[in-house]
Ligand binder design. Structure first.
Ligand code: FMN
Length: 171
């Protein structure tokens, strides 16, 4: 089975997951901007990974528009991983739950552009103002100084899904 990992990463966390998944599957990981849409039509399976901004998996809209036959998606964000988080993001991006995997990335302010840093600062301020913060909000506040929660183990479920779909067949 011909498969490829394609990703969009702003600060490197999604790229790291894409590299791990490709290594495990023995296929290539390519940044979306370096791939021609038509090239993707020749693959039996495309594993797409995008970082999450305002609950959206960045770049997934372009992949969806290609109507590829077999797509598995992963999103990388700062939310704490849970079934609820994954279901919320899958539903908001109109991805079937069984084809979506959520992984925790991190926060790297040094690699973030000015506009995005401003957006994060607004989120940070609005959380700081709250008298009662949820555990998730406290976790986010602690991460704003810079954090890396990437975990290779977390990719296992996605790899199992690829295999269950015949992705370990060489042809
Ligand atoms: C403007 C902005 C909005 C974000 N919105 C979300 C969000 O809605 N949910 C989430 O889990 N993470 C959110 N994040 C966190 C990023 O998804 C996280 O830092 C991710 O690891 C970045 O991956 P990358 O290094 O591949 O770009 C946001 C980050 C920025 C800069």
């Amino acid at each position: 089975m011909r498969k490829i990992v394609v990703y969009q990463s702003g600060t490197g966390f999604t790229a790291k997951y894409a590299g791990w998944i490709a290594e495990e599957l023995g296929c290539e990981a390519r940044e979306y901007k370096s791939v021609k849409a038509n090239d993707l039509l020749g693959f039996d399976m495309v594993i797409y990974g995008g970082w999450i901004m305002a609950n959206m998996v960045v770049g997934y809209d372009k992949i969806k528009a290609l109507n590829l036959k077999n797509v598995i998606v992963f999103g990388v964000g700062m939310s704490v991983p849970s079934v609820e988080t994954a279901e919320k993001i899958a539903s908001q991006n109109q991805i079937p739950c069984d084809r979506f995997f959520y992984f925790e990335g991190g926060y790297n302010p040094d690699k973030l552009g000015f506009a995005k840093k401003m957006m994060v600062n607004m989120i940070k301020k609005s959380i700081e103002k709250k008298e009662e913060k949820t555990a998730e909000e406290q976790h986010m506040l602690a991460s704003f100084a810079g954090a890396d929660y990437t975990d290779r183990e977390a990719t296992k479920k996605l790899i199992e899904k690829v295999y269950a779909e015949g992705g370990n067949e060489s042809k």
